[in-house]
Design a protein around this ligand. Structure first.
Ligand code: FAD
Length: 391
């Protein structure tokens, strides 16, 4: 292979942010190369719960804030993309659920009162009963209230596969990435000995951004990591459920999503408060025990005597915030040719891409002629983690 290449935009990181951005830029005529050191989607993306939030959950803190309003358009944009009529053609991506639900297991709790105080929320949620309840909650012993949120849940492996298809020949497996300077100026990256020059370099490598910045001699933008200790459970008796189950606080007690395993069973993936601070401190066995107790309390009619359990530790990587709060928008910082950012949510990948596209427009970066790319070593697609953990 030639020892030098050129492209318009060199993207580092093949999670949802990099893959979505890559597809959008290619559609607009830019030439791109996307570098991935592991498997495509294998960072946070495939370990996410796949919920395309519209921000409704944030109203549990009181009213919807301006920041959470920014996310409100994401379900529409993803829905259109999946229908093949949106900004990207995501036809073939599996929609796991057309709605996510808010589930209050007891009587209407205080947090729901403030939730429904928000007019924006009232127009977006609708109570469901009887046959309209999620299948796992259709039981005579079920008590509580369930509200349908206009948010969707995606099968992330099929999303990553489709975005990788849209990447054409632009994907490159990369082991060693070093800065490529001309004089003082960063003009590209040297990737496993190949010099790749680019008009712009975008670092969207999730938790890998900090290390990449350090290799470029930079310490900004600063990154925060938020550790989570998620639980998965597989059983013949599980039916699909996509819901935030509310406790007394402002965060969901448990957030449940359901994922199809290759043996035909459903895997429930449990996050929310269960997976945060106390959950992170627990050893895996204690965390499984805590999850067992939660499910025995919330869905006692489901027989889990045959269930297989496992836990998954994973960190969310985000721009540093004061008090480790959660950012509600995609984030992008610019330093000369270098753009660095995090979508902060899978749902916000389109917002991340918008920000990069706007930066290219503002800087007058247009597609230039480049020699066709040689055949590049292609990174693999990540396997669903539940297939690895619960074979
Ligand atoms: P990643 O998916 O982490 O991708 C980064 C990629 O960069 C990886 O493939 C990695 O291998 C690669 N990389 C790293 N370093 C290098 C390097 N030096 N060179 C080359 N490649 C490199 N968001 C939602 O909207 N809805 C949800 O329901 C949701 N649930 C979540 C549940 C959990 C448990 C977690 C952890 C996150 C969840 N999120 C959710 C957040 C969401 O997963 C992330 O915001 C999003 O996936 C980040 O995408 P990304 O492309 O920035 O990063």
């Amino acid at each position: 292979m030639s020892t030098s290449l050129s492209t318009d935009v060199l993207i580092v990181g093949g999670g949802v942010a990099g893959l979505w951005l890559n597809a959008r830029l290619r559609q607009q005529g830019y030439s791109t190369v996307l570098l991935e050191r592991g498997a495509l989607g294998g960072g946070q993306s495939i370990k996410s719960q796949g919920i395309i939030h519209g921000g409704t959950k944030y109203a549990l803190h009181g009213a919807l804030t301006g920041a959470s309003e920014a996310i409100a358009d994401m379900p529409r944009r993803w829905r259109e993309a999946i229908a093949g009529t949106g900004e990207l053609d995501l036809g073939g991506v599996r929609l796991l659920s057309d709605a996510h639900y808010l589930w209050s297991p007891g009587t209407l709790a205080g947090n729901l009162t403030s939730f429904f105080a928000s007019k924006a929320v009232r127009s977006r949620v609708e109570q469901v009963k009887g046959d309209a309840l999620p299948p796992a909650l259709q039981n005579s012993r079920f008590k509580g209230k369930v509200y349908r949120l206009s948010e969707l849940v995606l099968d992330v492996p099929s999303l990553i596969a489709r975005l990788a298809q849209l990447a054409g020949d632009s994907l490159m497996a990369a082991t060693r990435i070093e800065p490529l300077h001309e004089g003082e100026e960063l003009v590209g990256l040297t990737v496993d000995g190949i010099a790749i020059r680019a008009q712009r370099i975008v670092l969207n490598a999730g938790a890998g951004n900090a290390e990449l910045l350090a290799s470029l001699g930079l310490d900004q933008p600063a990154m925060q990591r938020r550790p989570l200790h998620m639980v998965i459970v597989k059983s013949v008796n599980l039916k699909p459920l996509y819901a935030h189950c509310l406790g007394g606080g402002t965060k969901p007690r448990v957030t449940v999503t359901s994922h199809p395993a290759s043996d035909g069973r459903w895997v429930w993936y449990l996050g929310g408060d269960l997976a945060e601070a106390d959950g992170v401190a627990r050893a895996p066995e204690a965390q499984i025990e805590a999850a067992r107790r939660e499910l025995a309390d919330l869905v006692p009619w489901i027989d889990l005597s045959d269930a297989q359990w496992a836990t998954l530790r994973v960190e969310r990587a985000e721009p540093a915030q004061s008090n480790q709060v959660r950012p509600d928008n995609a984030f992008l910082a610019e330093q000369g040719r270098l753009l660095v950012g995090w979508p902060t949510k899978l749902a916000l990948a389109p917002d991340f891409s918008d920000r990069v596209e706007a930066a290219l427009r503002n800087d007058g970066i247009h597609p230039l002629p480049h020699a066709p790319l040689p055949a590049l070593p292609r990174p693999p697609l990540a396997r669903p983690f539940w297939e690895e953990l619960l074979p």
